[in-house]
Design a protein around this ligand. Structure first.
Ligand code: SF4
Length: 328
């Protein structure tokens, strides 16, 4: 099956069918090395060895009315995250400048909200063009569920990429979130694309979903055709309903990174939250199993390793840092 997948992706230059993706999955965990090796070949053939670096800033932390069971920013759970007001422009500019200094090309402003209210929209629409002009960074936003008008306003303000995650499969979603629906998430993802912004649509593995549901999620992503897929692995947060779950095993994480690359050969596949606690000293292996982008620095409520460690890893792997939009 590996040889057939190699022929399809690298010789015939076609996307794998869903049943071919399933066959690769069915090879099991012992095939992880072969899957990772092929995924690396595919990544180099489709998107080269450049790695895109992004910094994220939490512009409004905590106090979110939604109940995503993995999230310490939900106001419905007794976590140690304190709600903070919207950051002012100067603080965001400082964060953007720090991001720029790491070599990053993308800066994502993230807000813990169900969706942006008018006041939030007004601020973002004011800040985004100024931040882009002051730093030259491409500005991404993650502000929850959008209306059609809000999506077109962000596009007009120059938002380069909008993040809205599916997180998991439709069949598992009710175990994760009850305050909004999977269809609402899909609608926002489609609005992003309809307004010609790049769609960043991530996943969170390790919430108790089955392998079958991971394949279902992969199918939904392939239908959506996002430009970027951040791969998060659950880092259980104290006080959330998922606080007692275990980390994904490193070999399983690598297997799914490779399967995601093989199923979506041209996508920007980004290492996101939870990689440090999941992959530990094996983080380099993900970079040769299909990952071609990183979030550097800290995540929204958890600490990442230092940007210098990631830059040094990329240097050792001889993977240059750059923007990936141009190769898609
Ligand atoms: S994941 Fe986002 S929408 Fe869900 S609770 Fe956390 S901040 Fe709110």
């Amino acid at each position: 099956m590996i040889d057939r997948a190699r022929r399809a992706l690298l010789v015939e230059r076609r996307t794998l069918t869903s049943s071919e993706v399933r066959e690769l999955h069915d090879l099991g965990v012992t095939a992880t090395g072969d899957l990772a090796s092929l995924a690396h070949e595919v990544r180099l053939a489709y998107v080269g060895n450049t790695v895109e670096i992004e910094g994220i800033v939490s512009a409004k932390t905590g106090g979110c009315p939604e109940d995503c069971h993995f999230c310490s920013q939900s106001a419905q759970f007794a976590t140690d995250v304190k709600a903070t007001p919207f950051l002012d422009y100067d603080t965001l500019l400082l964060a953007a400048q720090e991001t720029l200094a790491t070599g990053a090309t993308e800066f994502c402003i993230v807000l813990a909200v169900r969706g942006p209210d008018q006041r939030t929209m007004d601020r973002l629409l004011d800040f985004i063009p100024r931040l882009a002009q002051a730093t030259g960074l491409q500005i991404a936003v993650s502000a929850g569920i959008l209306t059609s008008e809000q999506a077109s306003a962000f596009a007009a303000a120059g938002v380069h990429r909008y993040n809205h995650n599916l997180e998991t499969a439709a069949s598992f979603f009710p175990e994760v979130v009850t305050t909004h629906s999977y269809d609402e998430r899909l609608d926002t993802c489609r609005l992003v694309k309809a307004n010609n912004m790049e769609l960043c649509c991530g996943v969170l593995l390790g919430m108790g979903e089955t392998n079958e549901q991971r394949l279902e999620l992969l199918g939904a992503l392939r239908d959506l055709e996002p430009n970027e897929v951040p791969m998060n692995f659950l880092n259980p947060r104290r006080g959330t309903p998922f606080e007692h779950l275990e980390h994904v095993e490193p070999i399983e994480a690598l297997r799914w990174i490779a399967l995601f690359r093989l199923a979506m050969p041209s996508v920007i596949l980004r290492y996101a939250g939870g990689r440090e606690v999941t992959l530990k000293q094996w983080q380099e292996l993900g970079m040769t199993a299909g990952i071609n982008a990183l979030i550097v620095g800290n995540y929204l409520t958890t600490l990442g390793r230092s940007p210098a460690e990631d830059i040094s890893m990329l240097h050792e792997l001889q993977m240059p840092i750059g923007s990936l939009s141009s190769v898609l």
